[in-house]
Design a protein around this ligand. Structure first.
Ligand code: ADP
Length: 586
């Protein structure tokens, strides 16, 4: 947060009560969502309720030891983030304090309280390359220059959205800090590389558009069956050991987003420690640079109270919108929104609000919706197009999807990737349950797949879905009477479904080739299985016994398409062999 750089104190009140992260103050002149400093230590908090002379604050730091009678200071400013070069490759806590700066300041890995740190380094020099000249007229949102923020990402320096804009009267290339003026306008407005933005307010856009491009992930089960759109929303439940971490890493590495924002508002400190340790190790497979060069990590550290989970989420989405404004495609992953909802429940109960379902506040659904609504495919105010795709993990207790957080989330998001602990146990990875998952983007993304991959994309996908559905039904019968009791055509269907599951839906994240499957290969694999299907059924109709059909030499080679680098040739040969071997049987 920008607290170190902002702020004057506009008023001082007195603490009346302290209840965990909720503090009430008397005689404080503040507005809703204003940032306040609580107690002698100056812990950061945010005004969440005002009733008469009593102001209620949720505090983003541990409040033990804070006592009634201590001061509360209002800044008169809403909770905001610092935006500018330096946000990427940074690891923040829930109120955008860079963890490395905090550690240096306190000489310890355990964060102390009441420590200030600006979200971006105010002293670092950046090489500013202007994109405008004196005499040019610029408007809010326009790009005035470029800074190489990391080896991977060019940072676009923009006129802040709340500026009027005007004619450029001074601009210079060179090295500047984020607070130096780089462009001056005739109306006196000065543009720096740093912007502040209140986290609870969506950054403005020209228009939110219907997303029509997939966020290609290179994961077959996702791209092939349950695609997410650029600017879309998805939920992913994460029962322990179900492969959630691997799935998230795969998305972070391979999804064709320019920028990744990872928001960790986890429960246990060590969950987040893992993330903080893991992410900086990851390599960006597309560039060979560290993945962090296009990533910003916001992690609620162990000594931060539950309230900070909320600020994590808002900080993350605001940063995402900032890079969207530059014309980038941003993927935001929030892990886990259930922990955030639990925080809302705790705060709400301390406020003695009327509880809704399972003790969650009545506004749970509205809050979740507000968050996901900030995702989307946008025409930005500077005319560029950019997107924020939001992928929220949910962690339903006991894997029970009927609980309120999961249910409310599913009403909002348009993609559901049901990670399944049973599949993981059977070593079916990625363990995304194809019967329970869905994507409401399929139809609107079909034209893209038809134009960019193959016009039969939708038809082939539907065929696969139908076979898998049929398998699910047949499995019930098989459990009762055994496979051999089924008619031959159904036995054959089961065999085809097995290839769909094992060869197509399974994908090994740790295999150098299989880890990423371009959509063309995804389609090609499906086509091969379909060829086997069609030829096999023709053979069956011609009277060949099912056992002979499924026994052909070529069939098991379907299971190895995934690891072929030059799959085209392999697939063509395989399809020819399947045909030849099956036709030889009749
Ligand atoms: P979680 O985070 O849900 O506890 P992980 O993501 O750590 O689970 O996955 C547990 C294990 O499952 C991993 O160590 C790995 O062996 C295996 N696994 C998960 N996903 C995949 C995958 N896509 N490919 C191969 N192995 C996987």
């Amino acid at each position: 947060m920008s607290q170190a750089t902002a702020t004057e104190i506009t008023d001082t009140g007195v603490i009346q009560s302290v209840s965990g992260p909720v503090v009430t103050a008397r005689d404080l002149d503040a507005r809703m969502n204003d940032v306040v400093y609580v107690g002698e230590e100056g812990l950061m908090g945010e005004v969440i309720e005002i009733e008469g002379n009593v102001t209620t604050v949720q505090v983003y730091e541990e409040t033990s030891g804070v006592a009634p009678g201590e001061p509360v200071e209002s800044t008169g400013e809403p909770l905001s983030v610092d935006l500018g070069p330096g946000v990427l490759d940074a690891i923040y806590d829930g109120v955008q304090r860079p963890l490395d700066v905090l550690e240096d300041k306190m000489d310890s890995a355990f964060l102390d309280r009441g420590v200030d740190a600006p979200g971006i380094d105010l002293e670092e020099l950046w090489e500013f390359e202007p994109e405008v000249e004196e005499g040019d007229v610029v408007e809010a949102g326009d790009v005035v220059g470029i800074v190489e923020e990391t080896v991977t990402i060019d940072h676009k320096v923009m006129v802040p959205p709340d500026y009027e804009g005007g004619e450029v009267v001074a601009v210079e290339a060179g090295e500047f800090t984020v607070t130096d003026t780089v462009v001056e306008l005739d109306n006196g407005e000065e543009i720096t590389m740093r912007q502040e933005w209140p986290v609870r307010e969506a950054r403005p856009s020209e228009e939110k558009q219907t997303p029509r491009t997939p966020l290609v992930s290179g994961q077959r089960v996702l791209d092939g069956l349950f695609p997410l759109a650029k600017g879309g929303t998805a939920a992913i439940p994460g029962p322990f050991g179900s492969g959630k971490t691997v799935t998230q890493h795969q998305l972070a590495k391979w999804a064709d987003a320019d920028i990744v924002i990872y928001v960790g508002c986890g429960e246990r400190g060590n969950e987040m420690t893992e993330v903080i340790e893991d992410f900086p190790e990851l390599e960006d497979p597309k560039t060979g640079n560290p993945l962090m060069a296009r990533t910003s990590l916001i992690a609620n550290t162990s000594n931060m109270p539950v309230a900070a989970r909320e600020s994590c989420i808002y900080t993350g989405i605001t940063i995402a919108e900032f890079y969207r404004d530059m014309g980038y495609d941003v993927a935001l992953m929030a892990d886990s929104t259930s922990r955030w909802a639990e925080a809302m429940r705790e705060i709400s109960s301390r406020l003695e609000e009327m509880p809704g379902e399972e003790g969650y506040p009545a506004y749970l659904a509205a809050r979740l919706a507000q968050f996901y609504e900030r995702a989307g495919y946008f025409e930005n105010i500077n005319g560029t197009e950019g997107s924020v795709s939001a992928i929220g993990a949910v962690s339903p207790p006991g894997g029970d999807f009927s609980e309120p957080v999961t249910q409310n989330t599913l009403r909002i998001v348009k993609t559901f990737w049901a990670l399944d602990a049973d599949l993981a146990e059977r070593r079916h990875f990625p363990s995304i349950n194809w019967n329970e998952s869905y994507s409401l983007y399929r139809e609107q993304l079909d034209p893209w797949f038809e134009d960019n991959v193959d016009e039969e994309w939708p038809e082939k996908r539907q065929w696969a879905i139908d076979v898998l559905d049929e398998e699910a039904e047949l499995q019930e019968i098989v459990q009762l009477v055994g496979k051999d009791a089924l008619p031959e055509d159904q036995q054959l269907t089961l065999e085809i479904a097995r290839y769909l599951r094992e060869a197509y839906l399974q994908q090994n994240a740790f295999h150098p080739v299989d880890t990423f499957c371009p959509p063309e290969k995804t389609f090609s694999m499906l086509t091969t299985i379909k060829t086997f299907n069609d030829e096999a059924f023709s053979a069956l109709e011609a009277g060949v016994p099912v056992d002979e059909i499924i026994d052909i030499d070529a069939a098991p080679r379907i299971n190895r398409i995934n690891v072929q680098e030059d799959y085209e040739e392999y697939v063509e040969e395989l399809k020819a062999d399947i045909k030849e071997q099956l036709r030889a049987l009749y």
